[in-house]
Ligand binder design. Structure first.
Ligand SMILES: Nc1ncnc2c1ncn2[C@@H]1O[C@H](COP(=O)(O)OP(=O)(O)OP(=O)(O)O)[C@@H](O)[C@H]1O
Length: 374
């Protein structure tokens, strides 16, 4: 069994509809129930700030601070993490530009929020992800990159550096006589970073496929097959330097075309993640709403299992309204699979009865108007 990363204390201050709340937890799962608008998802969002990025709503930090509060928001957590016990504090201050948040680990300011990945990994599934299969390819890329990031903390920096180099190239190409040596340098950088991104994504998709295969017959959830498409699709099975040379050549040869288009037309930023329902042999986009949800649940659980297997530490799982559309048998099977992952899961719903099958495995909390009762 992987080590169970556990949040045993959580405090929010001026976070969404919470003025101030302190929660003591044990290593059981946490179920939050309450009426619409009570603050269940807000609490999940607070936990999602224990990972780098803008959380499960991808919100602007200014929107996260409680309306009417004088300053920014803060989230504090004490956890038994991947390197032992640690106290995490994160949030924003008054007057900040709203673009960044601070992180303190055991009272010491951290260099970057990426340091959170040394202590825990957080994996989530929210209703807003329901449109993943039918939505835009950029949504699927973002989803894919989050999955990669929770296994490979360098992936975020690589993607950001690639974007920066690409923006530089696009700017240069818009000039009447761009400096060819500068273009060469930017394209070399894009080739190194872009190929590293493509290989990291491909590795993740391969590892996930293995897990999906191994857990195919466990419970009532369908299995998915995933393929990457849109960037050097069948050309990634070679030494990295060869792929880099090929991509750099593509960029060099595409300068006129890209200058005319006003953007770079080849690269990892054009990739799509193609997902199919294996048992039905059908594109996920054409499956029913319930089938899509079940596919998504299967993918997230497979990913959580992968993170646990690769790091030796089970991730924190945030499952917002996970029981919607599931009958009793599927709910019980889902809880068993969540439990078998060996991590602490936070789940929400409007109705307590939906979680009855969890029994003693979960702590049930009621949320009402930004207050939490146990
Ligand atoms: N910055 C903010 N300041 C104060 N209140 C906020 C802020 N942002 C959101 N809210 C309020 O938080 C509430 C939504 O909370 P949340 O999304 O957690 O609800 P929920 O319990 O998950 O509900 P549902 O079951 O409908 O999903 C809304 O009433 C919203 O107006």
């Amino acid at each position: 069994m992987p080590h169970k990363v556990t949040i045993y204390s959580l405090k929010l201050h001026d976070f969404r509809n919470y003025a101030s709340v302190a929660l003591g937890l044990d290593d059981r799962h946490v179920v939050l129930t309450g009426a619409n608008g009570a603050g269940k998802t807000n609490l999940m969002e607070a936990v999602s700030f224990l990972s780098p990025g803008r959380g499960l709503r991808r919100a602007a930090y200014a929107d996260v601070a409680r309306e009417g509060a004088a300053g920014g928001f803060s989230v504090f957590a004490a956890i038994d993490g991947m390197q032992g016990e640690v106290e995490i504090g994160t949030g924003t201050d008054t007057g900040e530009d709203g673009q960044s948040r601070r992180l303190r680990l055991n009272g010491t300011t951290a260099r970057s929020v990426d340091e959170l990945l040394d202590h825990l990994r957080v994996v989530w599934l929210t209703p807003s992800m329901d449109g993943l299969f039918t939505g835009s390819s950029s949504d699927r890329r973002r989803f894919l990159d989050r999955l990669v990031l929770s296994l490979d903390p360098e992936h975020g920096r690589r993607a950001a550096d690639f974007e920066k180099a690409m923006r530089g190239r696009n700017r240069l190409l818009s000039e009447p006589r761009p400096d060819a040596r500068w273009l060469d340098a930017l394209e070399t950088q894009m080739a190194e970073l872009g190929v590293a991104m493509a290989l990291a994504r491909r590795e993740l998709v391969g590892l996930l496929a293995d897990i999906v295969e191994a857990s195919r017959d466990e419970g009532p959830f369908p299995s998915s097959s995933m393929t990457l498409s849109g960037f050097l699709d069948d050309r990634l099975d070679r030494p990295a330097y060869e792929i880099e040379e090929e991509y750099a050549a593509l960029l060099r040869d595409g300068r006129f075309r890209d200058a005319a288009a006003g953007r770079t037309l080849d690269g990892p930023h054009r990739v799509d993640l193609l997902i199919r329902h294996r048992e039905k042999s059908m594109d996920a986009a054409r499956c029913s709403t319930g089938e899509q949800k079940a596919l998504l649940v299967g993918m997230i659980l497979a990913h959580a299992g992968l993170v646990a297997g690769m790091t030796g530490h089970a991730p924190i799982l945030l499952l917002d309204e996970i029981t919607a559309h599931l009958d009793e048998g599927r709910r019980a099977a889902l809880f068993d699979r969540i439990d078998a992952l060996g991590g602490q899961a936070f789940m929400t719903g409007t109705d307590r009865a939906m979680f009855a099958a969890l029994g003693e495995r979960a702590r049930l909390l009621t949320v009402e108007n930004g207050r939490i009762e146990g």
